[in-house]
Structures are given as C-alpha cells and as structure tokens.
Design a protein around this ligand. Structure first.
Ligand SMILES: *Cc1c(COP(=O)(O)O)cnc(C)c1O
Length: 354
C-alpha cells in the first residue's frame, strides 16, 4: 500500500479509479476513450461534470462553467485576454512561482501589470496582508494556494474590482463564495481529476468584453461557454473522471465535510512538525496551507536516514519542489488521514532513533 503525498497529478479516491477503469473497457458498449464527444452519452457526461461543479461549490446564477485544455498555465493567458479592458492594466499579488508565471503571461499579451503586493522579500513564506489596491485596474489576480511554497490565502482580497483567482491546488478542498469572483480557474490534476482538463468558473457579465485585438477562438471564454465546452474535441477522459470524482465528493458529504477532513489532516501534521524538535515548518504559521505542507529537517545531514524511513513506510512524493527543496506533503482531498498518521509515525520514529 502506497501513501501518495505527490503534488500533482494527485491521488483520487480508489472508487473513482475503479469506475474510470471500467469505463475504459465499457462505456455503453464502447470504451470511453473511443466514444464520440458529440454522442449524447458523452454530452450527458459533460453536462453532469458542469452541473456537479455548480452543485458542489454552490455556484450562484449568472455564472457559467467550462472545461478547456492547456492547464492553469494556459489559464494565465486566457484570463488576461478575457479580462483585458480599456485600461489594459491589471493588479497581481505575487505569492510565488505560479503567480509569477501568471504575471509573465499577462505581460506577454500586452497587459501592464501592477504587482501591488508581494511576498518575494521573504522568499514567498507568507501571504501579504497589508496593501492598498489601486483602483485604476481592469482586474485583480491572485493564487489562492501556493502549491510550491505551502502558503494559502485564509481570506480573500476584498475589492470592488473584478477578482480572478488561480485555485488549481485548493479548489473543492473547502467552502468558498464563488460570488466574490469574476473568474476562478484551476488545472484539474490537483484536486478534481486527471491532468488534461482545466476548469473555468466565469461570471457571465464579463464575457465578450475584452479590449484585446488578439483573441484566438479557443481562448475566448464567451465562445467556449456558448459551445458548452465542445468548441473542439474536449479532453473526454479527463472530464469523465472529473465527473466521477465530483459524484464521489457529493456522496461523501460534499465540500463542507471535505473541509473538515482536510483541516484535521493538516492539524495532525503541523502539530507534529511543531512538536518534533527535528523538524521545522517553512512558512508563517497563520498562512500555512492545508493542502501542501512544506517542512525541513533542522539538521539536513540526516536527510538520507529520514528518506529511508519514509520510503520504507510506503510513502511517495514527499520531496519538496525542485526549486525549493526540503519536504512537501501534499494532502489533497483523496489522501486518507491514515496516510498522514503513517507520516507522523515515521517522524516520531526518526526522533526516537536520532
Ligand atoms: C500546478 C499549478 C499550476 C500549473 O498547472 P498546469 O495545469 O500544469 O498548467 C498553476 N497554478 C497552480 C496554483 C498550480 O498548483
């Protein structure tokens, strides 16, 4: 039995893997991999995958949901192009690698970017809280959970300006008020499904208002939503598995119940990091992510011994991102608390043998 703490593509519930495997062999007589995306059987899957997002997140009326490809990385461009207005000026909060990527791509399509808040001064180990939001901006963008550094917004920026968030690594992990946002986007592979699909939740009133002269059809959310995510061949399998996972989320109590489980998992591990003298967390306590827990060994020379212990316990995916090192325990929805207990036990065993 493996305990998958990988940062993504992520663990999904076993039942979802089983049902996905069944559909590869038999989806109404065909394989889900060969079915036409225009066939009513798949159109029904797409409709349900969209509907379940609205249901699980209580998406208010006046919002649409669509699935594109290209990951959150293409999302950086999509949101800039679609939210560009006359000012061609946007405000970004820089909290790490993914925010920086979003800023870079916005600039590439001709946006002037005002980074009015950043945690770069302390190597992205906190979430900026004291800042003034300029008002001459087309929109505000932030990354709700910083997958690599292990920080997470516990409350969202308050602004009258349109608000856009990359929620790739914490969407569906906790309750959110979608009504605060104009666009939420997320690569599926962190908490929703397999890689290949990218989720967009979009306020209808922002559609078709871009001032950009460059707007490839595929990147135009208005056209994507009008075509119900079927403008071209959608990532059929990825959407199918996302649908299964959302069904499973509802069957197991929905986002509210999931939030409680995720908070319990995070508390268990952070408590051990704080108690155990051999370890230390990497970021400000109040900004710690419930999804991606980053920590270090105080004495790095013992890392080989620690690595042997957790590997022998069946743990995989624990090394930190190649750009920061240390350790990162990603604890997405499907990771059971039992796996976190195994990791905590390994940390205790390491303490005893030290
Ligand atoms: C993983 C991740 C990305 C990149 O996602 P892709 O789907 O691989 O493009 C962007 N933002 C955040 C917050 C992420 O965790």
């Amino acid at each position: 039995m493996k305990h998958n703490f990988g940062a993504g593509p992520c663990i999904l519930p076993k039942e979802v893997f089983e049902r996905a495997a069944e559909a590869v062999l038999n989806f109404n007589g065909l394989s889900i991999l060969e079915v036409s995306h225009r066939h009513k059987d798949f159109v029904a899957v797409m409709d349900e995958a969209i509907d379940l997002v609205k249901k699980t997140l209580n998406v208010p009326s006046g919002y649409s949901v669509c699935y594109l490809q290209g990951g959150a990385t293409l999302g950086f461009t999509v949101v800039a192009l679609n939210m560009m207005r006359e000012k061609k000026r946007a405000g970004y909060i820089n909290t790490g690698t993914w925010s920086s990527g979003a800023i870079k791509e916005a600039k590439k399509v001709g946006m002037e970017v005002d980074v009015f808040a950043s945690s770069e001064d302390k190597k992205f180990t906190y979430i900026p809280k004291k800042y003034a939001i300029p008002d001459n901006l087309d929109y505000i963008h932030f990354t709700s959970n910083n997958t690599i550094y292990g920080t997470q917004f516990k409350s969202f920026p308050k602004t009258k300006l349109p608000l856009v968030s990359d929620m790739s690594s914490d969407i569906f992990s906790k309750e959110i008020n979608v009504g605060e946002f104009d666009i939420i986007y997320a690569g599926a592979q962190k908490n929703l499904g397999p890689a290949g699909a990218t989720l967009y939740i979009v306020k209808d009133s922002v559609l078709g208002k871009s001032s950009s002269t460059f707007m490839p059809t595929y990147l135009d959310l208005k056209q994507q939503i009008e075509k119900e995510s079927m403008l071209n061949t959608p990532p059929v399998f990825s959407v199918y598995v996302a649908m299964l996972n959302l069904q499973n989320l509802i069957e197991t109590g929905g986002v509210g119940a999931m939030q409680k489980k995720n908070e319990a998992k995070a508390k268990l591990l952070y408590d051990e990091i704080d108690r155990n003298e051999l370890f230390q967390g990497c970021v400000e306590k109040e900004d710690r992510s419930d999804m991606n827990v980053t920590f270090l060994l105080k004495d790095d020379s013992r890392s080989q011994e620690f690595d042997v212990l957790w590997k022998n316990a069946g743990i995989v995916g624990l090394p930190g991102h190649r750009s920061v090192g240390g350790y990162r325990a990603s604890m997405y929805n499907a990771l059971p608390i039992e796996s976190v207990k195994v990791l905590v036990d390994v940390m205790k065993e390491f303490e005893r043998t030290y």
